[in-house]
Design a protein around this ligand. Structure first.
Ligand code: GLN
Length: 288
């Protein structure tokens, strides 16, 4: 069978399985089996696919048909134009999260952050993208999951950033000492009763998604720690659910921070930037 035939058949199967982008998924999986970039594979779709490759491909298509995310099948996902390895121990990087990297670049355009902290680093996508942009910065990525921390460390090596990124296992910021100029976090923020797409719910790590009844539990835990962790002129960037800007902003303000909201490509509030407010700096913080 030719690539075109193999793709057509698989796209049909995936469409019947109810997937949103059956053709694209089939292309990504075939390119993965052939060990080629997708666009290179598509340059010559009249080529024959060996029986062995067809069988390997069909096995992956069958997995995809059950809803398993493409990124877990291929083991990679692009984020900020970099290639990240992912496993079911890590959330799959979302384009929405690039909003945080953009906000960091804007905030530190004049002077790069010396030290960067990423709480709940997962695949390491936020920390490593920022370190990739700022070649003089050092960073620490923390994750409670040892399996996730291994993936982040692997990505640091693979992206040539291992000499500037330390990955540690820990419960939020408990294991780290500041000060950091830049703190990143994409904590879990889904409320327990909230509906998630079945693919996300069935395959992605629940500990990276759910955060108590209103999805705010982890902001309530992390934000009070910022005072200890941020340098006086430091900034923290949190990913938020698009309905949470007000609630998370209130938690930050209650803790003595000024906030700014950044929107994602869909125009939805996706990131809250926090810095110590002039008032709290003037008064000295942490004195109740
Ligand atoms: N944005 C992700 C989703 O909707 C959730 C990420 C998170 O909880 N940090 O699937």
């Amino acid at each position: 069978m030719t690539r075109a035939e193999v793709l057509r058949r698989a796209a049909g199967q995936l469409a019947v399985a109810g997937l949103q982008e059956p053709r694209l998924d089939a292309e990504v999986l075939l390119a993965h089996v052939l060990g080629l970039p997708r666009l290179t594979m598509l340059l010559d779709t009249s080529r024959d696919v060996s029986g062995e490759d067809v069988r390997a491909f069909e096995a992956l298509v069958a997995r995809r048909a059950t809803g398993e995310p493409v990124a877990y099948i291929t083991g990679v996902r692009e984020f900020w134009s970099l290639e990240f390895r992912v496993t079911p121990a890590t959330l799959i990087p979302r384009p929405d999260s690039e909003t945080l990297v953009e906000a960091v670049l804007r905030a530190f355009a004049a002077q790069p952050p010396a030290r960067v902290l990423d709480l709940g680093t997962g695949s390491g996508c936020l920390l490593l993208s920022v370190l990739h942009e700022f070649s003089g910065s050092f960073g620490v990525g923390v994750d409670r999951s040892e399996a996730a921390a291994r993936v982040a460390a692997d990505n640091a090596r693979h992206l040539g950033l291992a000499d500037r990124a330390a990955i540690v296992v820990g419960d939020w910021a408990g294991a780290v000492a500041g000060p950091f100029d830049c703190i990143l976090s994409n904590p879990p923020y889904i409320g327990e009763g909230e509906a998630l797409s079945p693919e996300v719910a069935a395959f992605e790590p629940k500990t990276a998604l759910f955060a108590g009844p209103d999805g705010l539990d982890d902001y309530r835990r992390i934000i009070p720690e910022l005072d200890r962790l941020l340098s006086p002129r430091g900034r923290a960037f949190f990913e938020i659910g698009y309905t949470q800007a007000e609630a998370v902003g209130r938690i930050a303000e209650t803790n003595g921070f000024s906030v700014r909201i950044h929107r994602d490509l869909a125009g939805l509030p996706r990131c809250i930037e926090c810095w110590k407010s002039e008032k709290s700096l003037g008064m000295g913080t942490g004195n109740g």
